[in-house]
Design a protein around this ligand. Sequence first.
Ligand SMILES: *Cc1c(COP(=O)(O)O)cnc(C)c1O
Length: 386
Amino acid sequence: MTRCTTARVDLAALDRNFRAIGGYLQDEASLNRGAGRGAVRPPGIIAVVKANAYGHGARPVAKTLEAAGATMLAVADIEEGVDLRRSGIHAPILVFGALSVSDLDGVFDHDLTPTISSPAAGAALQAVADKRGTKLRYHLKIDTGMNRLGFRHDNLRRTLPALLSSPNLSLDAVHTHFGSADEPGHQLFDDQRTRFESACHVLDELSAGPRLRHAANSAALLRDSRVWYDLVRPGLLLYGLVPPPLGSTLPLAPVMFLTSRVVAVKGVRAGETVGYGGRFTADRAVTLAVIPAGYADGLDRRLEGRGAVLIRGRRAAIVGAVSMDMLTVDVTDIDAVGPGDEVVFLGSQGSEPQQTIDAREMAAWIGTIPYEILCRLGARVEGKYA
Ligand SMILES: *Cc1c(COP(=O)(O)O)cnc(C)c1O
């Protein structure tokens, strides 16, 4: 049995996106070599698959990206990493999140690479590694201005020595995370870059040994090759979307398609209202199509009066409240809509620009970012992989 509302995940498109990013990194690096500026070596790719691979399904996505040649995969917490190992992923897995209140055994039992972002986390991992008689490789996180996780960039000489001398911990890489890479012209981006580079010099002075450096999320990767360093960490780009408001000529394609079917068509007279709260009043005789998808499927209630779907290649406005299990769209001007007709929330029904809706457009309708749209697609939505 399958529900009408399905999320189809196109793993071939994911694979092509990964290769398009890899090709871009290669091409730009060789252009830079010619011009003597920016990154001259293409960096490796840490493919970010946190949050159930941005709602696309962590296991199949990770498998595809591992096969495509990702240097590493990255997840938000130990639990996500353990799940990938259980599904047979062998590539190195980096855990981004803070580990202070986690059960650390998963890191050791499942060969995960933790991010150490505080002296306390370092001490806790050192203690477990010592007890287990093993040596653990880790990535060090520097806070260069995001002011969330990480060792502050401006007092590393005081905070790092204890970590660096931990006998059972070995530093593999150092990284930071940009807070404003997607805001062109925001000064914080350059400030973070110079602070990160100073932090790397401090590590040299503390003779922390050779290690890799990484910093770039999708927006930073597109914005400035000087922050590619040894590895880049795209998430959204892999899923075929450029972080707004940036543009790019990269040949990316969306990976997630969300569709449903019309289950009922209904006529409403002028002056009648529709749905909870009666907030939509028909100003003429209106034909509505009822679609069995609602906020339990991850469709935001704010789509009411703002969003649209595709039916028979045309846009139909979402009118009336988005309820838990269904919503209604105005199909008055679309001919011959009937039960069974395909409804597209994310995807295409033709080749005209108006016949495609992507997560960036849906996000703009309701004042959010495409990340939130993708991650939210409810657990109830039937996933299909192709
Ligand atoms: C989520 C995340 C990324 C990927 O961000 P995108 O904007 O999706 O490319 C990279 N690095 C860290 C630390 C993250 O948390």
